[in-house]
Design a protein around this ligand. Structure first.
Ligand code: AHR
Length: 512
C-alpha cells in the first residue's frame, strides 16, 4: 500500500492541544444522484466454532448443564438488526461434518477442534440449534459447506436436509429430528479459504472442485441456492482471475477475506489496548488497504462479468490483534477500543464506495472472537465500541447512497499522511437523509462544511457521536458504558451549508 503525500506539519513537532487545532473541509452531497443501494448484508456477522464464540458466547449452560441461547446477546444483536449470520466457519467449516450435529445430543459424537485450541467439540450446537438462533435473531443464515474434507454427497445431503420441501431421505430425517418445514437457506458457501485451511488448493484445482460441488446444490421450488465460492486472500488477484475465468458462470458470490493487522502477522501482531500513536497510525494505514483490494478485485470481475451479476463478498474482515494475555491460546479473544471502532466505520465507508459489486460482508466475529460486537464473562456481557458503530450505521441499511465529494484532509504522523476524514451519505426509504463522518486524526477537530445539492438544509433532527479522550478507550465488565454513542448537537446551518465540527478520533452520524 503506497503511503500518501506528506504534509509539512508532522507529529514530531510540538502539538497544540486539540481545541486549538481545527481545519475546515468541504463536502458536497448530491441528493439528486444515486451511488447505489447500500445492501444491509454489508453489515453481516460471523459465528464460528472457535474459542468462546459459540459455547459461552451465543450459548451458555443452564442449571441442568444444557446449552441455551443467551437472551442478552440475542436482544443486543436484534437492536442492531444484524442482516445475516455466517456459520459454522471459517476454517472450521472444512472440518465440519453436519451429520455430527443432528439428533439426540447424547448420541452426537465428540470431535477435537484441532484448529482452535484443541478443545473438545461435542456438537451440542448443530443445524437445528443454529437455525433456532437465526430465528430468534430474525436474521438470514449464511451456511458454509465442507469442501476440504467432506464429500460432494455430504454437502448435497446437508442442502437437502435444510431445504427440501417434499418427500426425500433428508427431509424425512429432518422431520424425525423435530423439524417438518424446510428452512429455505439461500446463501451457501462452497468451502472456505480453499487456498489455505480449506484444503491448500491452487485456484485451478479449486475452480473445478467448486463447479462439481456447486452442481449438486439443486434449486427447489421454495429456494434456489446463492452459491458462494471461496475468494482470494487479500491481494491474491490471480485467485480472482482464475475463479472468474473458470467458474464465474456458476458463482453467485466470490468471498474475499482480508484482516486489518498491525505489526507482523507471523511473529508479533499489535496489542488490542496497549498501543501508542505509531500503532494507531499503522492500523489506520492498514485499514486503507481495503480500497485498493476492492478496486483491483472488482476490475478483474468486471472483465468476466460486465453485467455485475456476481457479488464480491467480503466474508471475513476486521482487526486481528494479539489475543488477550491470559486468555486460552487459539481462542482469539481480544479487547476492542475506539481504534477498532474507527477502522470499522472507515471500512464500511469503503464498502459503500463499491456498491455495484460489494453486496455482502461479514465482520469477524460476533461474540468473544477477534473484532467482536459483544464480549461475555459468565453472566456478564458488554457491548464493544465496534458494536456501537454497527448501531450508528443501521441508518444506512438498504438506503440509497448519494454521490459525495469529501475533502478528506490529511492526518500526518512521523512524516507520513493518511486521509483524515471518511464519510457516507444516504437516504432511507422513509426519505430521511443520514450522514456519517469519521475523523481518524487523534489530535485535530475537522470542521466539515456540507453542501447538500438539491435540498434546502434547515437543520439536523438527530446527531450521535462516538468519541473519547484516550485512543484506547474501551468498555470493560467493570465499566461497560465508558464508550458509547452520546447525543451530538454541534452541527448547525450557516447560509446554505451544514457546518459539522468532527472532533479528533470520532464518528458522527446525523439525521436530517
Ligand atoms: O476468523 C478466524 C479465521 O480466519 C477463520 O476461521 C478463517 O477463515 C480465517 O483465516
Amino acid at each position: 500500500m503506497k503511503r500518501l503525500s506528506t504534509l509539512l506539519l508532522t507529529a514530531s513537532l510540538a502539538l497544540p492541544t486539540a481545541s486549538a487545532l481545527a481545519e475546515t473541509h468541504r463536502m458536497t452531497i448530491d441528493t439528486q444522484g444515486s451511488a447505489g443501494e447500500i445492501s444491509r448484508h454489508l453489515y453481516g456477522q460471523f459465528a464460528e466454532h472457535l474459542g468462546r464464540g459459540i459455547y459461552d458466547g451465543f450459548w451458555k449452560k443452564d442449571d441442568q448443564g444444557e446449552y441455551v441461547i443467551r437472551q442478552d446477546v440475542v436482544e443486543a444483536l436484534k437492536a442492531i438488526a444484524i442482516p445475516n449470520l455466517r456459520w459454522p466457519g471459517g476454517c472450521f467449516a472444512d472440518y465440519y461434518f453436519w451429520q455430527h450435529g443432528i439428533g439426540p445430543k447424547e448420541e452426537r459424537p465428540s470431535v477435537v477442534n484441532n484448529l482452535w485450541g484443541g478443545v473438545t467439540e461435542n456438537n451440542a450446537v448443530g443445524t437445528h440449534e443454529f437455525m433456532a438462533l437465526v430465528d430468534e435473531l430474525g436474521t438470514e443464515p449464511v451456511v458454509v459447506g465442507n469442501v476440504g474434507s467432506g464429500t460432494v454427497q455430504d454437502m448435497a445431503d446437508w442442502w437437502q436436509y435444510m431445504n427440501h420441501p417434499g418427500e426425500s431421505p433428508m427431509s424425512r430425517l429432518r422431520a424425525e429430528n423435530g423439524r417438518e418445514a424446510p428452512w429455505n437457506v439461500e446463501y451457501w458457501g462452497v468451502g472456505n479459504e480453499s487456498w489455505g485451511c480449506g484444503g491448500n488448493m491452487r485456484p485451478e484445482y479449486y475452480a473445478d472442485l467448486y463447479r462439481r460441488y456447486a452442481t449438486y446444490l439443486h434449486p427447489y421450488e421454495n429456494v434456489r441456492p446463492f452459491r458462494v465460492a471461496a475468494g482470494a486472500a487479500g491481494d491474491d488477484y490471480h485467485w480472482t482471475e482464475v475463479m472468474m475465468k473458470r467458474a464465474g458462470d456458476m458463482i453467485d458470490g466470490l468471498d474475499l477475506h482480508h484482516y486489518t493487522i498491525q505489526g507482523d502477522w507471523v511473529t508479533q501482531k499489535g496489542q488490542a489496548v496497549d498501543f501508542d500513536e505509531s500503532d494507531w497510525f499503522e492500523l489506520m494505514e492498514r485499514t486503507q488497504e481495503m480500497e485498493e483490494l476492492l478496486t483491483r478485485h472488482i476490475a478483474i470481475m468486471d472483465k468476466y462479468d460486465p453485467e455485475q451479476r456476481v457479488w464480491l463478498i467480503v466474508g471475513e474482515w476486521g482487526t486481528w490483534h494479539e489475543q488477550e494475555e491470559g486468555s486460552i491460546p487459539g481462542f482469539l479473544y481480544q479487547q476492542n477500543t475506539l481504534r477498532d471502532a474507527l477502522t470499522a466505520s472507515v471500512t464500511l465507508d469503503t464498502f459503500h464506495r463499491h456498491l455495484d459489486r460489494v453486496k455482502m460482508a461479514n465482520i469477524a466475529q460476533t461474540v468473544n472472537v477477534l473484532q467482536a460486537m459483544i464480549l461475555t464473562d459468565g453472566e456478564q456481557m458488554i457491548l464493544t465500541p465496534t458494536y456501537h458503530v454497527f448501531d450508528m450505521y443501521q441508518v444506512h441499511h438498504d438506503a440509497q447512497a448519494f454521490p459525495i465529494a469529501l475533502e478528506t484532509g490529511e492526518y500526518t504522523y512521523a512524516s507520513q499522511s493518511l486521509p483524515a476524514l471518511s464519510g457516507t451519505a444516504s437516504r432511507d426509504n422513509e426519505g430521511r437523509i443520514h450522514i456519517s463522518l469519521t475523523n481518524i486524526d487523534p489530535h485535530m477537530t475537522r470542521t466539515v462544511e456540507i453542501e447538500l445539492k438539491g435540498i434546502d438544509v434547515t437543520g439536523v433532527t438527530r446527531g450521535r457521536i462516538l468519541v473519547a479522550d484516550e485512543m484506547n478507550a474501551h468498555n470493560t465488565f467493570d465499566d461497560p458504558d465508558k464508550l458509547m454513542p452520546r447525543p451530538y448537537n454541534r452541527a448547525h446551518v450557516r447560509g446554505d451549508k451544514l457546518i459539522v465540527p468532527v472532533p479528533a478520533k470520532s464518528l458522527i452520524t446525523l439525521e436530517l
